[in-house]
Design a protein around this ligand. Structure first.
Ligand code: SF4
Length: 341
């Protein structure tokens, strides 16, 4: 899967340009905002390259700023007119986390997720994934991006070849550490097994979109679960941890809290029973559901606290995580691009 940068390198090589010239372009590609800024190259060479290669793989970006918490959301129009969203969130210590999309829409159809209502339109290319980070890098160049989370639109493991290559580029060229990249997956049947067997897939942190303690409940809200069991997901997590675990590396179970759907104590008890023995290697994030068009309600504070208590009593570290960017529909599960929006 060749990227624009590969094509640029091939072009420069074919022109007989020295190796250091190719390295200059590679360095600038991840630090500069456009061809004009690549002043290490002659003006003529810059102009020639600009005529052949767009600096970004997408032509249009519309940015929305949250006045409440400095979160920014960008709606990106891709070269074929499809749209995806990416979010740039401030961290506590003058750094930023970028949330990237890996597909246009998503075929997994989780009932609580706005993206799931779009269906899958297509996979993103390596360039289209990496360029979300490149774009935010120079949008606010004074605050470094230290973390990248694959929690935007799409199921990353359903586009795993492009996602794997994009992650390797983020690690090697954007200097984002492996343990600062989180891949969030619904763990559809077979996906964790393939991930564990793929030795080239970087050992990033995993977040499993679990959202239920029992198969019956998960099957109702995560349609892709119908052909597997939570037991099998647990085995996949154990295999991933056995293959990739180190002290800074843990797996997060994501759990969106839906009133009277999955927030009952029985679900927490089932979850605790299944994952108790992994309590030193996993943690649970309880995520208050963010409003979409779905006919669902967020759990009450009281339900969430009871749920948290049950897990903590089983020794499983559990936090209640409120999303950023709610006021601009940039929060977890809210990313959706309506046709012609
Ligand atoms: S939660 Fe993730 S896997 Fe499920 S529909 Fe939304 S984007 Fe797809």
């Amino acid at each position: 899967m060749e990227t624009t940068l590969d094509h640029i390198s091939e072009t420069l090589q074919a022109q007989g340009q020295p190796r250091y010239r190719i390295n200059q372009v590679r360095t600038a590609w991840f630090t500069q905002p456009n061809w004009d800024s690549v002043t290490t190259l002659s003006k003529q060479l810059r102009q020639d390259l600009a005529q052949q290669f767009s600096w970004l793989s997408f032509p249009t970006v519309k940015v929305f700023n949250s006045p409440k918490d400095s979160t920014q959301k960008a709606i990106i129009t891709l070269a074929d007119g499809q749209k995806v969203e990416t979010v740039n969130m401030p961290n506590s210590r003058d750094t930023r986390t970028v949330c990237v999309s890996s597909q246009v829409g998503c075929g997994m159809g989780c009932t609580f997720c706005a993206t799931g209502t779009m269906g899958l339109k297509r996979n993103l290319t390596v360039d289209e994934i990496v360029d979300q980070v490149r774009y935010w890098r120079w949008q606010a160049s004074d605050v470094p991006i230290t973390n990248v989370v694959f929690m935007g639109m799409g199921e990353p493991l359903a586009n795993s070849d492009a996602v794997k290559q994009a992650i390797n580029i983020l690690i090697n060229d954007c200097e984002i550490g492996k343990t600062r990249i989180v891949l969030s997956t619904v763990a559809f049947p077979g996906s964790l097994k393939r991930l564990v067997l793929d030795a080239d897939f970087p050992d990033v942190r995993l977040a499993i979109s679990l959202h239920a303690g029992t198969d019956e409940t998960r099957g109702k809200i995560v349609p892709s679960h119908k052909r597997q069991t939570i037991q099998q997901i647990k085995e996949g997590i154990e295999a991933y941890l056995a293959a990739r675990h180190n002290r800074r590396h843990h797996v997060t179970l994501e759990y969106v809290m839906l009133l009277d759907v999955n927030d009952m104590p029985t679900e927490a008890e089932a979850l605790a029973k299944t994952f108790k023995h992994l309590s030193h290697q996993i943690k649970v994030n309880l995520i208050p559901w963010n409003q979409t068009d779905a006919n669902l309600q967020r759990s009450s504070e009281q339900h969430m606290i009871v749920f948290q208590d049950i897990l903590e009593q089983a020794g499983i570290p559990t936090t209640i995580r409120y999303s950023k960017g709610l006021d601009i529909s940039a929060a977890c599960g809210q990313l959706v691009v309506k046709p012609l929006s």
